[in-house]
Write a protein that binds this ligand. Sequence first.
Ligand code: THU
Length: 138
Amino acid sequence: MSDINYKELASKALKMRARSYTPYSHYCVGAAIATPDGKIYTGCNAENAAYSPGICAERNAIYKAVSEGDKEFVAIAIAGGREGHEPTEYCPPCGVCRQVIREFCKLDTKILLVKSEDDYQEYTLDQLLPQSFGPENL
Ligand code: THU
């Protein structure tokens, strides 16, 4: 799909922050990921009392899609910030999420770091994870 609606993707990532379960960090992240045929999957971060079982918003969205049969994505939007506040900064994906995005996305896949519907930074996966290791290395 050539004309991805970035504003819609940004808006869905922002809205998903309301679903975040963040009793420990109080930092809410939402993600929205688009498939080539225009479907959008969303995810939020969900923390855990034992800390490491928590999941980031991006991986939550990606694995939701995978579990529904979608394994190809053309763009992902990420919005993060303090609980109860609109984002004041761009939230870059953590290293683990970058690697999971690498598993399912082409290097030119767009990653949007969203502050608001009208304020987001655009990167490609290759920019955020250069010289990466992926499925075709095996
Ligand atoms: N978090 C995400 O959901 N995505 C990222 O890429 C960065 C971090 C979450 C994990 C944790 O629940 C909270 O933000 C603070 O690290």
